[in-house]
Design a protein around this ligand. Structure first.
Ligand code: ATP
Ligand code: MG
Length: 225
């Protein structure tokens, strides 16, 4: 069963009088429970692609079906609801809310789902990423790797059907990176969460079932292991 289906996807930006094509006729389909990596040079369109797939941004042309729903037909509120119900997203630049503590950041998706145990669950998740003792810290009081781990705990909070992770181990030392890797792959094994990882780490990419190579906004190769 397909959880994500991308057809004829393109994204262009107008910069002055020039048109910049960042994604150019991208097509692929991801099955539920699959693990895939998207790799490619800096500026090749990986983050843009991930954001479109998660309904965070809208495409110039093409169609994105997520869990059977065409995102382009939904209002911004409906897309937010799809994100809250089905999607976890780990941002390359974390995107933590600066006025909230680590704990409160992780609680956001749980509170959106009106879970009464939001605080307990969020604390559990912070513990899992090794930050149980940083719950009351604000993002500016955390190191880059710690902020990344808070954003990972937040992405896990709503038990997503599909997890998009943009360089999830990019700011971590080897040991912490391996811990996060284990948590992400456990999510796939235990809950059947579909994983879509963007990474420059080819060792990490090799651990997924499929690798999509993207260059200049086009898919160059789509290899199943
Ligand atoms: N809002 C925007 N306006 C104009 N150009 C943009 C915008 N956002 C991204 N781009 C351009 O789109 C291209 C792709 O950017 P993107 O962030 O998707 O690359 P990436 O593959 O994730 O790179 P990296 O590996 O460095 O994270 C870049 O050339 C970037 O400058
Ligand atoms: Mg990027």
């Amino acid at each position: 069963m397909s959880i994500l289906s991308i057809q004829g996807l393109s994204k262009t930006y107008q910069s002055g009088s020039r048109k910049l094509t960042v994604l150019d006729d991208v097509n692929f389909e991801i099955s539920s429970g699959e693990t895939i990596s998207i790799v490619g040079p800096s500026g090749s369109g990986k983050t843009t692609l991930l954001g479109l797939c998660a309904g965070l941004d809208s495409a110039s042309t093409g169609s994105i079906r997520l869990n059977g729903q065409a995102l382009e037909n939904l209002s911004e509120d409906q897309r937010a609801a799809v994100r809250s119900q089905h999607i976890g997203f780990i941002f390359q630049n974390f995107q933590l809310l600066p006025t909230l503590t680590a704990l409160e950041n992780v609680m956001v998706p749980l509170e959106l789902k009106k879970r009464k145990d939001a605080r307990t669950k969020a604390l559990e998740l912070l513990d899992k990423v090794g930050l149980g003792d940083r719950a009351t810290h604000y993002p500016t009081q955390l190191s880059g790797g710690e902020q990344q781990r808070v954003s990972i705990a937040r992405a896990f909070a709503n038990e997503p059907k599909i997890l998009f992770a943009d360089e999830p181990t990019g700011n971590l030392d080897t040991e912490t990176g391996e811990m996060i890797e284990r948590l992400i792959f456990d999510l796939n094994k235990e809950n059947g969460t579909t994983l879509v990882l963007v990474t420059h780490d080819l060792e990490l990419a090799a651990k997924t079932q499929r690798i999509i190579h993207i260059k200049g906004g086009k898919i160059q190769e789509d290899n199943h292991a």
